[in-house]
Design a protein around this ligand. Structure first.
Ligand SMILES: [Zn+2]
Length: 109
């Protein structure tokens, strides 16, 4: 658990805090756990050449999201609308829940 951002999950709203996409925000579409990376909606778009295939006669260039390193992402809190650090606490039913370290609101509702 090296990175704060290991606590990020799919569908979280995050902001990019480093790199060429710095300052942009979007929802996490997928987390690539083994690579410590995440795919974030509409961020880090990369162009790929697609070969012509059976149904699509013309090849072309398609754009899709490229992975971002988790250490470059921070959660944007729904309640205080800032990028925040995530805390974890154990609830009465022994489940772990995430909360915003700035405003104290629970992130998983
Ligand atoms: Zn907050």
């Amino acid at each position: 658990m090296k990175y704060e951002s290991r606590k990020l999950k799919k569908n979280d709203l995050v902001m990019v805090i480093a790199g060429k996409e710095k300052g942009k925000s979007g929802r996490i579409l997928r987390i690539l756990t083994k690579k410590d990376r995440a795919i974030v909606e509409k961020i880090n778009m990369i162009k790929r050449h697609q070969r012509p295939s059976g149904q699509q006669r013309q090849g072309g260039i398609i754009e899709r999201e490229g992975p971002l390193h988790l250490s470059n992402l921070m959660l944007v809190c729904d309640s205080c609308s800032r990028r925040v650090r995530i805390g974890k606490k154990v609830l009465e039913d022994m489940k772990k829940a995430r909360y915003c370290k700035k405003c104290g609101e629970m992130i998983d509702k």
